[in-house]
Design a protein around this ligand. Structure first.
Ligand SMILES: [Mg+2]
Length: 283
C-alpha cells in the first residue's frame, strides 16, 4: 500500500484502535478474516489500547467476547463497545434523563442499568424513549413507545440501520421500527419524528470508545468495513480511518461514495502491514 508522507506520519502516531467486528475481523457465520488473528495478537502482545465496536444493540457484550474467542481473537468484556453501551453512557453523562422507556432487548436494558439508568415501564412514567434493535418487539410495546414519542418525550436510538442481513434475506432493524413509529405519528407538526442516534457514526459512540481506550482523537485509528457508519465516524470527527474491503463495501461502492477513508485496504492484514511499515506496531 502506498502512503504519502503526511498520512504515514499520522499513522505512525497511532496508539489506540477502534475496530469494527462484523465484516472487519470476521464474517457472519464465524470465519476470522485474513490477518485478523495476527493483528489482534499483536495489539495484545504490544499492549496497545483497543476496543471492538458494533452498532448491534440487541446482544450483550459478553456474547462478542465469546464469539471472538472461538476465532482465536482474544478481547475482554471491558473492551467491547455496543451502540447500546454508548447510548446508555451518553444519556448518563450528557443528559439529566435517567428513566428510559427501552424499546429493545434485555441486553439494552442491562446496558442502561450498568450506566446508572433505570429502565422504566410505560405506566411508571419514563422520561425518554431509547429505541434499539428489538428482537423481542411486541405490538403493545411498539404502541407504548409510539404514544410516548407523541407526547413529546426526548427520543433516542442506538442506531437507525434499516435492515439486518440474515441467511433468509433482509430483516427489519432499528430504522424500520423507528419508521413504524414515525408513520404512526405523522399527524404531529413537522411529521412523525425520528430519534437522535447515539451509536456509529455519532460522537456519542466515538467519545465512549475513546474513553475506553484512554486515547485522544489524533492517536486513534478506526478500522471498519462500512462507509456510512465506520468511515463516517472517522471522517466527521477528524479521526484517522481505514476501510477494509472484506465486508459491506467493494471498490465500486467506494467509487460512488462521497465518504473518503484515509486508507483503503483489502483486509485488516493489510492495515496491520501498513502499521508495521510506519513503525506504529512491531512485526
Ligand atoms: Mg462491519
Amino acid at each position: 500500500m502506498q502512503l504519502d508522507d503526511a498520512l504515514a506520519a499520522r499513522l505512525a502516531k497511532v496508539r489506540g484502535y477502534l475496530i469494527d467486528m462484523d465484516g472487519t475481523l470476521y464474517i457472519a457465520g464465524g470465519v476470522a478474516l485474513p490477518g485478523a488473528v495476527d493483528f489482534v495478537r499483536a495489539l495484545d502482545a504490544q499492549r496497545r489500547p483497543r476496543v471492538v465496536l458494533t452498532n448491534n444493540s440487541s446482544k450483550p457484550g459478553a456474547l462478542y467476547v465469546e464469539r471472538l474467542g472461538k476465532l482465536g481473537l482474544s478481547v475482554d468484556r471491558a473492551h467491547v463497545l455496543t451502540s447500546g453501551d454508548a447510548a446508555a453512557a451518553w444519556l448518563a453523562r450528557e443528559s439529566e434523563l435517567r428513566r428510559p422507556y427501552v424499546l429493545g432487548t434485555a441486553a439494552l436494558s442491562a446496558a442502561c442499568a450498568r450506566a446508572g439508568l433505570t429502565p422504566t415501564a410505560y405506566a411508571d412514567g419514563p422520561d425518554c424513549v431509547l429505541l434499539g434493535y428489538d428482537l423481542d418487539l411486541t405490538y403493545r410495546r411498539l404502541s407504548e413507545a409510539s404514544l410516548l414519542v407523541a407526547r413529546g418525550l426526548p427520543y433516542y436510538a442506538t442506531h437507525l440501520d434499516r435492515t439486518c442481513i440474515d441467511a433468509e434475506g433482509l430483516l427489519p432493524d432499528a430504522g424500520a421500527i423507528a419508521a413504524a413509529i414515525a408513520t404512526t405519528n405523522s399527524f404531529m407538526p413537522g411529521g412523525g419524528p425520528l430519534p437522535t442516534v447515539l451509536g456509529k457514526p455519532t460522537s456519542a459512540m466515538l467519545d465512549a470508545g475513546l474513553a475506553l481506550l484512554g486515547c485522544g482523537r489524533d492517536e486513534t485509528l478506526i478500522i471498519g468495513d462500512q462507509l456510512d457508519t465506520d468511515m463516517t465516524l472517522g471522517v466527521q470527527h477528524g479521526v484517522l480511518c481505514a476501510l477494509v474491503l472484506t465486508g459491506e463495501t467493494d471498490r465500486a461502492k467506494l467509487a460512488k461514495s462521497a465518504v473518503r477513508p484515509d486508507l483503503v485496504a483489502e483486509d485488516v492484514g493489510e492495515v496491520y502491514a501498513a502499521l508495521r511499515g510506519v513503525g506504529a506496531l512491531r512485526g
